[in-house]
Design a protein around this ligand. Structure first.
Ligand SMILES: *Cc1c(COP(=O)(O)O)cnc(C)c1O
Length: 459
């Protein structure tokens, strides 16, 4: 009998990788050496790795076959034209500029468009977009709907940008806004989708103010799935039709192929504007590579081209979203505080509610990632004070972000339902002993993106 809600894997397994378990004693030693930062733990010492869904997915047999067809010519490789064709067919923009991953696309676009003192609005900036704007001396601005910060607010499209906030912002700062971005799904806000109605509203404001409008489109297919499921009028449309409609409303997109590209590395910029594309390609040549490979091997371009087609498959997407919901519902059933509604690629634990005895200065979400690894070898990521706090003033006082969460990101096509049950059990057991979890202090950190390399001490 199939248990209620148990997601049926729409694939069978052709190649396997062993998972090795560690003892609690070993994990305590590993944590100490890692400076209590799960980014510093060797992956072999991780039982279930939910650090990220970025580049961690399993490729299909068709992708591996495509890799064998990779054309490694320096210029004009056949594999580039295959990728270009797939991206044009799906996204509908004229130019396709490959990059080695999403943040390279950000760096190149911002180098071309963003000057010191500029503002770049988004629903919520992802950490790398935020960092790439900050290093240019510009300001990332988050204009998501207010409900996005309320972890209990039920809303079908909680990733939406607030049109009235954007309108007011552009009225004041139009001359210092080189582009408006919209992240689908909204990774830093719980993996929540953006509706087509909202995309249309943002697009029309951008047109009126004549500001370029770009998607941060890493999870475009997951976003389209939510539109099909939740937005009136889209139930009968195919995922491809919805994706095309989304992108028809923008001037371009920055994409990390490590998410919905179903590839292990890669990214691209796609856009209409001929002049901007020429400028971007010049910057690309300096830092990434020739415009027909952009920091990737020909075989990577093939894997992405094939992955972009596969990700549009509805049975794949349904299973993907159901897997995340399955983990979320196991946790909710046991009374674990999680961000609602459950998003597209991850379940987010509300660490400040999970660990009410720890003040924000002791980084409760970080403490929870450490405790979860120690208890069960499960690696998750903090999305809270360490990742997003900003230092202000002389004393470098930390201004904490509104949400203090731990993200359990599910890699694509990698884990089965029983793996997710193992994770749920680990979190539930930890919740029973939560008052024993200790806070931490930072002893070493390098800005920006300090979470990748910071070292900590237990308090
Ligand atoms: C992953 C991600 C990026 C950056 O992409 P990388 O390939 O990791 O460099 C940018 N924006 C969002 C929303 C992402 O999830």
């Amino acid at each position: 009998m199939k248990a209620k809600g148990l997601p049926f894997e729409p694939y069978r397994i052709k190649m396997v990788e062993p998972i090795r378990k560690t003892t609690k004693r070993e994990r305590q030693e590993i944590l100490k050496q890692a400076g209590y930062n799960v980014f510093a733990i060797p992956a072999e010492k991780v039982t279930i790795d939910l650090l990220t869904d970025s580049g961690t997915g399993a490729m299909s047999d068709a992708q591996w076959a495509a890799i064998m067809r990779g054309d490694e010519s320096y210029a004009g490789a056949r594999s580039f034209y295959r990728l270009e064709g797939a991206v044009r067919r799906i996204f509908g923009f004229r130019h396709v500029i490959p990059t080695h991953q999403g943040r390279a696309a950000e760096r190149i676009v911002f180098e071309a468009l963003v000057k010191k003192g500029d503002y770049v609005p988004n629903n919520i900036h992802f950490d790398t977009t935020m960092a790439n704007i900050l290093v240019r001396g510009a300001h990332p601005v988050n204009l998501v709907v207010d409900q996005a910060y309320d972890p209990r607010a039920e809303m079908a499209f909680k990733g939406n940008m607030a049109p009235e906030k954007l309108e007011a912002f552009l009225q004041r700062y139009r001359n210092r806004v080189p582009l408006v971005m919209l992240t689908v799904t909204n990774n830093s806000g719980g993996g929540q989708p953006v509706s087509l109605a909202n995309i249309r509203a943002i697009s029309s404001i951008c047109r009126r103010f004549q500001v370029p409008f770009f998607f941060d489109a890493c999870r475009f297919a997951e976003n389209a799935f939510f539109i099909k499921e939740r937005e009136p009028g889209y139930q009968k449309k195919s995922i491809l039709q919805i994706v095309r409609e989304m992108f028809s409303l923008a001037d371009g997109a920055l994409v990390s192929a490590k998410k919905d590209g179903l590839a292990n590395i890669g990214g691209f910029i796609t856009l209409h504007d001929d002049d901007l594309a020429t400028r971007l390609k010049h910057i690309l040549i300096i830092g990434e590579g020739f415009p027909t490979y952009g920091g990737l091997a020909g075989r990577d371009l093939e894997a992405i081209a094939q992955g972009l087609e596969e990700v549009l498959d509805e049975s794949y997407l349904r299973h993907r979203i159901e897997q995340v919901r399955y983990l979320g519902s196991l946790l909710e059933g046991a009374g674990i505080p999680i961000f609602r509604p459950i998003g597209g690629h991850a379940v987010y634990l509300l660490a400040d509610e999970f660990l009410p005895h720890l003040p924000r200065e002791q980084y409760p979400a970080w403490a929870l990632t450490v405790a979860l690894y120690e208890a069960a070898g499960v690696r998750a990521v903090e999305v809270g004070g360490v990742m997003f706090a900003r230092q202000r003033g002389r004393g470098k006082k930390e201004i904490f972000p509104r949400l203090e969460m731990v993200r359990l990101a599910i890699p694509r096509r990698v884990y089965t339902a029983s793996h997710l049950e193992y994770v749920a059990e680990a979190v539930i057991n930890l919740y029973k002993k939560r008052d024993r979890i200790r806070g931490l202090k930072i002893i070493e950190a390098q800005e920006p993106l300090r979470h990748f390399t910071a070292r900590f001490e237990l308090l």
